[in-house]
Design a protein around this ligand. Structure first.
Ligand code: UDX
Length: 439
Protein backbone atom coordinates (compact mmCIF):
# COMPACT_ATOMS: atom_id res chain seq x y z
CA UNK A 1 0.00 0.00 0.00
CA UNK A 2 1.03 3.61 -0.39
CA UNK A 3 1.29 5.39 2.93
CA UNK A 4 2.12 8.92 4.04
CA UNK A 5 3.18 9.70 7.59
CA UNK A 6 2.96 13.31 8.70
CA UNK A 7 5.39 14.06 11.52
CA UNK A 8 8.66 12.20 12.06
CA UNK A 9 8.83 12.34 15.82
CA UNK A 10 9.14 9.16 17.82
CA UNK A 11 5.75 7.74 16.90
CA UNK A 12 5.84 8.82 13.25
CA UNK A 13 9.29 7.44 12.64
CA UNK A 14 8.62 4.07 14.25
CA UNK A 15 5.27 3.80 12.46
CA UNK A 16 6.68 4.79 9.06
CA UNK A 17 9.68 2.51 9.32
CA UNK A 18 7.72 -0.51 10.56
CA UNK A 19 5.05 -0.04 7.89
CA UNK A 20 7.75 0.01 5.22
CA UNK A 21 9.24 -3.18 6.65
CA UNK A 22 6.21 -5.24 5.58
CA UNK A 23 6.45 -4.00 1.99
CA UNK A 24 4.43 -0.79 1.99
CA UNK A 25 5.78 2.31 0.28
CA UNK A 26 6.03 4.98 2.94
CA UNK A 27 6.74 8.65 2.53
CA UNK A 28 7.37 10.61 5.73
CA UNK A 29 6.83 14.35 5.91
CA UNK A 30 8.30 16.83 8.33
CA UNK A 31 8.53 20.63 8.34
CA UNK A 32 12.05 20.48 9.79
CA UNK A 33 14.28 20.68 6.69
CA UNK A 34 17.53 19.88 8.47
CA UNK A 35 16.00 16.77 10.01
CA UNK A 36 14.56 15.61 6.68
CA UNK A 37 17.93 16.10 5.01
CA UNK A 38 19.63 14.02 7.68
CA UNK A 39 17.07 11.23 7.35
CA UNK A 40 17.43 11.27 3.57
CA UNK A 41 21.12 10.62 4.19
CA UNK A 42 20.33 7.66 6.40
CA UNK A 43 20.87 9.41 9.71
CA UNK A 44 18.35 8.32 12.32
CA UNK A 45 17.28 11.15 14.66
CA UNK A 46 16.31 9.05 17.71
CA UNK A 47 17.77 6.22 19.73
CA UNK A 48 15.51 3.20 19.67
CA UNK A 49 16.95 -0.33 19.79
CA UNK A 50 16.56 -2.18 16.49
CA UNK A 51 15.01 0.74 14.62
CA UNK A 52 18.23 1.77 12.90
CA UNK A 53 18.56 -1.53 11.06
CA UNK A 54 15.00 -1.36 9.71
CA UNK A 55 15.37 2.34 8.94
CA UNK A 56 18.48 1.84 6.79
CA UNK A 57 17.19 -1.30 5.11
CA UNK A 58 13.96 0.34 4.01
CA UNK A 59 15.68 3.51 2.83
CA UNK A 60 18.02 1.34 0.76
CA UNK A 61 15.08 -0.61 -0.67
CA UNK A 62 13.43 2.75 -1.49
CA UNK A 63 10.33 1.83 0.46
CA UNK A 64 10.99 4.59 2.99
CA UNK A 65 11.54 8.19 1.86
CA UNK A 66 11.46 11.60 3.50
CA UNK A 67 10.28 14.97 2.31
CA UNK A 68 9.19 18.42 3.44
CA UNK A 69 6.70 18.51 0.57
CA UNK A 70 3.26 17.67 1.94
CA UNK A 71 1.64 17.76 -1.51
CA UNK A 72 4.05 15.12 -2.81
CA UNK A 73 3.29 12.85 0.13
CA UNK A 74 -0.46 13.26 -0.03
CA UNK A 75 -0.72 12.80 -3.81
CA UNK A 76 -0.48 8.99 -4.07
CA UNK A 77 -1.10 7.96 -0.48
CA UNK A 78 -4.10 5.74 0.19
CA UNK A 79 -3.67 6.10 3.92
CA UNK A 80 -2.30 9.23 5.63
CA UNK A 81 -1.08 8.87 9.20
CA UNK A 82 -0.91 11.95 11.38
CA UNK A 83 1.72 11.51 14.08
CA UNK A 84 1.96 15.04 15.37
CA UNK A 85 2.58 16.44 18.82
CA UNK A 86 -0.35 17.02 21.18
CA UNK A 87 1.39 18.84 24.04
CA UNK A 88 -0.59 19.82 27.12
CA UNK A 89 -1.99 23.31 26.64
CA UNK A 90 -1.98 25.86 29.46
CA UNK A 91 -5.06 24.28 31.04
CA UNK A 92 -3.81 20.67 30.87
CA UNK A 93 -6.01 19.76 27.89
CA UNK A 94 -4.18 18.43 24.81
CA UNK A 95 -3.31 21.17 22.32
CA UNK A 96 -4.76 20.09 18.96
CA UNK A 97 -3.42 22.93 16.85
CA UNK A 98 -0.81 20.78 15.05
CA UNK A 99 -3.35 18.09 14.21
CA UNK A 100 -6.10 20.42 13.06
CA UNK A 101 -3.58 22.57 11.16
CA UNK A 102 -2.25 19.53 9.30
CA UNK A 103 -5.81 18.36 8.60
CA UNK A 104 -6.55 21.71 7.00
CA UNK A 105 -3.38 21.58 4.89
CA UNK A 106 -4.11 18.02 3.75
CA UNK A 107 -7.76 18.79 3.03
CA UNK A 108 -6.68 21.34 0.43
CA UNK A 109 -4.53 18.76 -1.37
CA UNK A 110 -6.77 15.69 -1.63
CA UNK A 111 -8.25 14.84 -5.01
CA UNK A 112 -9.51 11.31 -4.30
CA UNK A 113 -10.70 9.11 -1.39
CA UNK A 114 -8.18 8.78 1.44
CA UNK A 115 -8.12 7.37 4.93
CA UNK A 116 -6.80 9.89 7.43
CA UNK A 117 -5.44 8.18 10.53
CA UNK A 118 -4.96 9.87 13.88
CA UNK A 119 -1.95 8.16 15.43
CA UNK A 120 -1.32 10.85 18.03
CA UNK A 121 -2.87 10.56 21.46
CA UNK A 122 -5.87 12.84 21.32
CA UNK A 123 -8.94 13.62 23.43
CA UNK A 124 -12.26 11.97 22.75
CA UNK A 125 -14.00 13.75 19.91
CA UNK A 126 -10.86 14.66 17.93
CA UNK A 127 -11.70 12.39 14.98
CA UNK A 128 -14.97 14.31 14.63
CA UNK A 129 -13.08 17.61 14.75
CA UNK A 130 -10.65 16.44 12.08
CA UNK A 131 -13.54 15.24 9.91
CA UNK A 132 -15.19 18.65 10.31
CA UNK A 133 -12.02 20.39 9.11
CA UNK A 134 -12.05 18.24 5.96
CA UNK A 135 -15.76 18.81 5.41
CA UNK A 136 -15.16 22.55 5.58
CA UNK A 137 -12.44 22.53 2.91
CA UNK A 138 -13.18 19.73 0.45
CA UNK A 139 -16.02 17.77 -1.10
CA UNK A 140 -13.80 14.74 -1.65
CA UNK A 141 -14.87 11.75 0.46
CA UNK A 142 -12.44 10.88 3.25
CA UNK A 143 -12.64 8.76 6.39
CA UNK A 144 -10.99 9.77 9.64
CA UNK A 145 -9.78 6.82 11.71
CA UNK A 146 -8.50 6.74 15.27
CA UNK A 147 -5.61 4.29 15.59
CA UNK A 148 -3.78 4.86 18.89
CA UNK A 149 -0.23 3.64 19.41
CA UNK A 150 0.77 1.54 22.38
CA UNK A 151 4.52 1.69 21.78
CA UNK A 152 6.86 1.48 24.71
CA UNK A 153 10.12 3.31 24.22
CA UNK A 154 13.00 0.85 24.13
CA UNK A 155 10.87 -1.96 22.67
CA UNK A 156 8.85 0.09 20.20
CA UNK A 157 9.86 -1.94 17.14
CA UNK A 158 8.72 -5.17 18.76
CA UNK A 159 5.55 -3.53 20.01
CA UNK A 160 4.77 -2.37 16.48
CA UNK A 161 5.71 -5.57 14.67
CA UNK A 162 4.00 -7.86 17.22
CA UNK A 163 1.33 -5.81 18.96
CA UNK A 164 -0.81 -7.21 21.79
CA UNK A 165 -3.70 -5.66 19.89
CA UNK A 166 -4.37 -3.09 17.20
CA UNK A 167 -7.19 -0.67 17.99
CA UNK A 168 -8.97 0.85 15.02
CA UNK A 169 -11.72 3.36 15.58
CA UNK A 170 -13.95 3.88 12.57
CA UNK A 171 -17.55 3.27 11.57
CA UNK A 172 -16.70 3.21 7.84
CA UNK A 173 -16.57 -0.24 6.22
CA UNK A 174 -14.30 1.08 3.50
CA UNK A 175 -11.76 2.38 6.02
CA UNK A 176 -12.08 -0.81 8.12
CA UNK A 177 -11.18 -2.93 5.11
CA UNK A 178 -8.10 -0.88 4.22
CA UNK A 179 -6.85 -0.66 7.80
CA UNK A 180 -7.47 -4.38 8.30
CA UNK A 181 -5.35 -5.16 5.24
CA UNK A 182 -2.60 -2.83 6.36
CA UNK A 183 -2.32 -4.35 9.83
CA UNK A 184 -2.90 -7.96 8.76
CA UNK A 185 0.80 -8.85 8.61
CA UNK A 186 1.36 -7.62 12.17
CA UNK A 187 -1.27 -9.80 13.82
CA UNK A 188 -0.53 -13.11 12.12
CA UNK A 189 0.14 -14.70 15.51
CA UNK A 190 -3.51 -14.26 16.35
CA UNK A 191 -3.54 -11.11 18.41
CA UNK A 192 -6.68 -9.14 17.66
CA UNK A 193 -7.46 -6.11 15.56
CA UNK A 194 -10.19 -4.49 17.62
CA UNK A 195 -12.59 -2.43 15.54
CA UNK A 196 -14.68 0.09 17.43
CA UNK A 197 -16.10 3.56 17.02
CA UNK A 198 -13.77 6.56 16.97
CA UNK A 199 -14.58 7.83 20.45
CA UNK A 200 -14.09 4.46 22.13
CA UNK A 201 -10.77 4.10 20.37
CA UNK A 202 -9.62 7.55 21.49
CA UNK A 203 -10.66 6.80 25.05
CA UNK A 204 -8.95 3.37 24.99
CA UNK A 205 -5.54 4.99 24.65
CA UNK A 206 -6.03 7.38 27.56
CA UNK A 207 -7.63 4.69 29.70
CA UNK A 208 -4.76 2.24 29.04
CA UNK A 209 -2.03 4.69 29.99
CA UNK A 210 -3.96 6.07 32.96
CA UNK A 211 -4.66 2.57 34.23
CA UNK A 212 -0.95 1.68 34.05
CA UNK A 213 0.01 4.94 35.75
CA UNK A 214 -2.52 4.14 38.48
CA UNK A 215 -1.10 0.64 38.89
CA UNK A 216 2.41 2.02 39.38
CA UNK A 217 1.16 4.71 41.72
CA UNK A 218 -0.71 2.18 43.80
CA UNK A 219 2.51 0.20 44.21
CA UNK A 220 4.44 3.33 45.10
CA UNK A 221 1.99 3.91 47.93
CA UNK A 222 2.21 0.28 49.04
CA UNK A 223 6.01 0.69 49.06
CA UNK A 224 5.83 3.82 51.18
CA UNK A 225 3.57 2.01 53.63
CA UNK A 226 5.92 -1.02 53.64
CA UNK A 227 8.70 1.22 54.92
CA UNK A 228 6.51 2.46 57.76
CA UNK A 229 5.23 -0.93 58.89
CA UNK A 230 8.46 -2.84 58.25
CA UNK A 231 7.15 -4.99 55.37
CA UNK A 232 9.03 -5.80 52.16
CA UNK A 233 7.51 -4.48 48.94
CA UNK A 234 9.24 -7.13 46.81
CA UNK A 235 7.44 -9.86 48.72
CA UNK A 236 4.14 -8.00 48.55
CA UNK A 237 4.66 -7.39 44.82
CA UNK A 238 5.20 -11.08 44.15
CA UNK A 239 2.40 -11.98 46.52
CA UNK A 240 -0.19 -9.95 44.67
CA UNK A 241 1.29 -10.24 41.14
CA UNK A 242 0.89 -14.00 41.00
CA UNK A 243 -2.87 -13.46 40.98
CA UNK A 244 -3.55 -13.38 37.25
CA UNK A 245 -6.24 -10.77 37.72
CA UNK A 246 -3.53 -8.40 38.96
CA UNK A 247 -0.63 -9.59 36.84
CA UNK A 248 3.13 -9.44 37.48
CA UNK A 249 3.94 -6.50 35.25
CA UNK A 250 3.97 -2.80 36.09
CA UNK A 251 4.12 -3.45 39.80
CA UNK A 252 7.61 -2.12 40.38
CA UNK A 253 7.72 0.78 42.83
CA UNK A 254 10.16 3.57 42.17
CA UNK A 255 10.53 7.32 42.14
CA UNK A 256 7.41 8.15 40.15
CA UNK A 257 6.43 7.47 36.56
CA UNK A 258 7.79 9.82 33.90
CA UNK A 259 8.25 9.94 30.16
CA UNK A 260 6.41 11.64 27.38
CA UNK A 261 3.16 9.69 27.77
CA UNK A 262 1.96 8.86 31.25
CA UNK A 263 2.14 12.33 32.87
CA UNK A 264 0.58 14.01 29.82
CA UNK A 265 -2.11 11.40 29.26
CA UNK A 266 -3.26 11.16 32.88
CA UNK A 267 -3.51 14.94 32.96
CA UNK A 268 -5.41 15.07 29.66
CA UNK A 269 -7.89 12.36 30.71
CA UNK A 270 -8.55 14.16 34.00
CA UNK A 271 -9.10 17.37 32.05
CA UNK A 272 -11.37 15.66 29.56
CA UNK A 273 -13.46 14.27 32.45
CA UNK A 274 -13.62 17.72 34.02
CA UNK A 275 -14.84 19.24 30.75
CA UNK A 276 -17.60 16.68 30.76
CA UNK A 277 -18.43 17.55 34.36
CA UNK A 278 -17.20 14.19 35.66
CA UNK A 279 -15.03 14.08 38.76
CA UNK A 280 -12.44 11.42 37.89
CA UNK A 281 -11.14 11.49 41.45
CA UNK A 282 -8.68 8.59 41.20
CA UNK A 283 -6.71 10.37 38.46
CA UNK A 284 -6.31 13.48 40.58
CA UNK A 285 -4.91 11.33 43.38
CA UNK A 286 -2.56 9.58 40.95
CA UNK A 287 -1.12 12.89 39.74
CA UNK A 288 -0.72 14.24 43.26
CA UNK A 289 0.94 11.08 44.58
CA UNK A 290 3.28 10.86 41.60
CA UNK A 291 4.49 14.42 42.21
CA UNK A 292 5.27 13.46 45.81
CA UNK A 293 6.95 10.21 44.79
CA UNK A 294 9.51 12.16 42.73
CA UNK A 295 10.78 13.73 45.95
CA UNK A 296 11.04 10.51 47.97
CA UNK A 297 14.70 9.78 47.19
CA UNK A 298 15.98 13.26 48.00
CA UNK A 299 13.92 13.25 51.20
CA UNK A 300 15.73 10.08 52.23
CA UNK A 301 19.05 11.78 51.44
CA UNK A 302 18.10 14.91 53.39
CA UNK A 303 17.04 12.83 56.38
CA UNK A 304 20.35 10.93 56.35
CA UNK A 305 22.33 14.20 56.37
CA UNK A 306 19.99 15.71 59.00
CA UNK A 307 18.55 18.27 56.61
CA UNK A 308 21.88 19.82 55.59
CA UNK A 309 23.16 19.03 52.09
CA UNK A 310 25.37 22.10 51.68
CA UNK A 311 28.75 21.16 50.30
CA UNK A 312 27.80 17.52 49.84
CA UNK A 313 28.75 15.85 46.57
CA UNK A 314 26.62 13.13 45.00
CA UNK A 315 26.97 10.70 42.13
CA UNK A 316 23.78 10.06 40.16
CA UNK A 317 23.41 6.96 38.01
CA UNK A 318 20.63 7.19 35.46
CA UNK A 319 19.08 10.20 33.74
CA UNK A 320 16.72 8.75 31.12
CA UNK A 321 13.15 8.30 32.39
CA UNK A 322 13.65 4.56 31.94
CA UNK A 323 16.35 2.24 30.53
CA UNK A 324 17.02 1.68 26.82
CA UNK A 325 16.11 5.20 25.81
CA UNK A 326 17.76 8.61 25.68
CA UNK A 327 14.43 10.24 26.47
CA UNK A 328 14.59 12.49 29.52
CA UNK A 329 11.13 14.00 29.28
CA UNK A 330 9.59 14.12 32.78
CA UNK A 331 12.50 12.02 34.01
CA UNK A 332 12.57 11.73 37.81
CA UNK A 333 16.37 12.26 37.66
CA UNK A 334 15.86 15.88 36.60
CA UNK A 335 13.74 16.58 39.67
CA UNK A 336 16.34 14.89 41.86
CA UNK A 337 19.14 17.03 40.40
CA UNK A 338 17.10 20.16 40.88
CA UNK A 339 16.33 19.36 44.52
CA UNK A 340 19.94 18.43 45.33
CA UNK A 341 21.41 21.53 43.71
CA UNK A 342 18.83 23.79 45.37
CA UNK A 343 19.83 22.28 48.70
CA UNK A 344 23.45 23.32 48.08
CA UNK A 345 24.89 19.99 46.91
CA UNK A 346 26.91 19.25 43.76
CA UNK A 347 26.19 16.32 41.44
CA UNK A 348 28.16 14.22 38.95
CA UNK A 349 25.97 12.20 36.61
CA UNK A 350 26.25 9.24 34.29
CA UNK A 351 23.73 7.70 31.92
CA UNK A 352 24.48 5.35 29.00
CA UNK A 353 22.29 7.31 26.53
CA UNK A 354 20.69 10.33 28.15
CA UNK A 355 23.71 12.61 28.79
CA UNK A 356 23.52 14.74 25.65
CA UNK A 357 19.83 15.48 26.12
CA UNK A 358 20.35 16.44 29.75
CA UNK A 359 23.25 18.69 28.82
CA UNK A 360 21.00 20.48 26.35
CA UNK A 361 18.44 21.15 29.05
CA UNK A 362 20.46 21.89 32.19
CA UNK A 363 23.96 22.59 30.83
CA UNK A 364 26.61 22.92 33.52
CA UNK A 365 24.32 22.48 36.47
CA UNK A 366 25.97 19.08 36.96
CA UNK A 367 29.25 17.41 36.00
CA UNK A 368 29.07 14.71 33.31
CA UNK A 369 31.21 11.63 33.92
CA UNK A 370 32.82 9.47 31.23
CA UNK A 371 31.53 6.28 32.81
CA UNK A 372 29.59 5.05 35.80
CA UNK A 373 32.68 4.57 37.98
CA UNK A 374 34.22 7.98 37.27
CA UNK A 375 30.93 9.47 38.43
CA UNK A 376 31.62 8.08 41.91
CA UNK A 377 34.95 9.88 42.36
CA UNK A 378 34.83 11.79 45.64
CA UNK A 379 31.07 11.30 46.07
CA UNK A 380 29.57 11.24 49.53
CA UNK A 381 26.86 8.90 48.24
CA UNK A 382 25.45 7.31 45.11
CA UNK A 383 21.86 7.88 43.99
CA UNK A 384 20.25 5.60 41.40
CA UNK A 385 17.40 6.96 39.26
CA UNK A 386 17.20 4.59 36.25
CA UNK A 387 17.43 0.81 36.17
CA UNK A 388 19.90 0.43 33.27
CA UNK A 389 21.27 -3.12 33.10
CA UNK A 390 24.87 -1.89 33.48
CA UNK A 391 24.01 -0.64 36.96
CA UNK A 392 22.57 -3.97 38.05
CA UNK A 393 25.74 -5.90 38.62
CA UNK A 394 28.53 -3.34 39.00
CA UNK A 395 32.10 -3.90 40.12
CA UNK A 396 31.64 -3.21 43.82
CA UNK A 397 35.43 -3.19 44.47
CA UNK A 398 35.85 -0.38 41.98
CA UNK A 399 32.92 1.46 43.53
CA UNK A 400 34.44 1.22 46.98
CA UNK A 401 37.70 2.75 45.72
CA UNK A 402 35.94 5.82 44.38
CA UNK A 403 33.10 6.50 46.81
CA UNK A 404 34.02 8.52 49.91
CA UNK A 405 31.35 6.65 51.88
CA UNK A 406 29.64 3.36 51.18
CA UNK A 407 26.21 4.96 50.94
CA UNK A 408 23.58 4.23 48.26
CA UNK A 409 20.10 5.66 47.80
CA UNK A 410 18.46 3.42 45.24
CA UNK A 411 15.25 4.63 43.59
CA UNK A 412 14.93 1.43 41.53
CA UNK A 413 15.62 -1.38 43.99
CA UNK A 414 18.51 -2.84 41.98
CA UNK A 415 20.42 -4.66 44.69
CA UNK A 416 19.83 -7.63 46.89
CA UNK A 417 19.58 -6.57 50.52
CA UNK A 418 21.76 -9.42 51.77
CA UNK A 419 24.48 -8.47 49.31
CA UNK A 420 24.40 -4.90 50.62
CA UNK A 421 24.62 -6.15 54.20
CA UNK A 422 27.55 -8.39 53.26
CA UNK A 423 29.35 -5.50 51.54
CA UNK A 424 28.75 -3.24 54.53
CA UNK A 425 26.79 -0.54 52.77
CA UNK A 426 24.26 1.95 54.05
CA UNK A 427 21.58 1.09 51.49
CA UNK A 428 18.26 2.87 51.34
CA UNK A 429 15.84 1.67 48.63
CA UNK A 430 12.10 1.93 48.00
CA UNK A 431 9.67 -0.01 50.19
CA UNK A 432 12.34 -2.34 51.54
CA UNK A 433 14.27 -2.72 54.76
CA UNK A 434 16.87 -0.06 55.40
CA UNK A 435 20.35 -1.58 55.47
CA UNK A 436 22.78 0.11 57.84
CA UNK A 437 25.76 -0.91 59.87
CA UNK A 438 25.88 -4.28 58.16
CA UNK A 439 22.37 -5.28 59.25
C1 UDX B 1 4.02 4.10 27.81
C2 UDX B 1 3.05 2.91 27.56
O1 UDX B 1 3.59 1.71 28.17
C3 UDX B 1 2.84 2.70 26.08
O2 UDX B 1 1.92 1.66 25.89
C4 UDX B 1 2.29 4.01 25.55
O3 UDX B 1 1.95 3.93 24.22
C5 UDX B 1 3.27 5.14 25.78
O4 UDX B 1 3.50 5.24 27.17
P1 UDX B 1 6.64 4.52 27.77
O5 UDX B 1 6.33 5.95 28.09
O6 UDX B 1 7.66 4.21 26.73
O7 UDX B 1 5.31 3.77 27.29
O8 UDX B 1 7.12 3.88 29.13
P2 UDX B 1 6.75 2.65 30.09
O9 UDX B 1 7.71 1.54 29.91
O10 UDX B 1 5.31 2.32 30.01
O11 UDX B 1 7.08 3.32 31.51
C6 UDX B 1 6.42 4.51 31.92
C7 UDX B 1 6.90 4.96 33.27
O12 UDX B 1 6.47 4.10 34.29
C8 UDX B 1 8.42 5.05 33.43
O13 UDX B 1 8.73 6.24 34.12
C9 UDX B 1 8.76 3.82 34.27
O14 UDX B 1 9.93 3.99 35.02
C10 UDX B 1 7.54 3.74 35.14
N1 UDX B 1 7.30 2.38 35.67
C11 UDX B 1 6.95 1.37 34.83
C12 UDX B 1 7.41 2.15 37.04
O15 UDX B 1 7.73 3.05 37.83
N2 UDX B 1 7.14 0.89 37.50
C13 UDX B 1 6.76 -0.13 36.70
O16 UDX B 1 6.51 -1.24 37.21
C14 UDX B 1 6.68 0.12 35.30
Amino acid sequence: MKIAVIGTGYVGLVTGTCLAETGNTVICVDINEAKVLKMQNGEIPIYEPGLDVLFLRNIEQKRLTFTTDLALAVKDAQIIFMALPTPPGGDGAADLSYILGAAKDISKLVTEYKVIVNKSTVPVGTADKVAAVFAAHTDIEIDVVSNPEFLREGVAVDDFMKPDRVVIGTRSDRAKKLMGELYGPYVRQGNPILFMDEKSSELTKYAANSFLATKITFMNEVANLCELVGADVDSVRKGIGSDERIGKRFLFPGIGYGGSCFPKDVQALAKSAEENKYDFAILKAVMEINEKQKTVLVEKVAKYYKGDLTGKHFALWGLAFKPETDDIREAPALYIIDDLVKAGATVTVFDPEGMANVKNVIGDKVVYAENQYDALEGADALLIATEWSVFRNPDFDKMEEKLVNKVIFDGRNLYDLNKMIELGYYYNSIGRKLVENGA
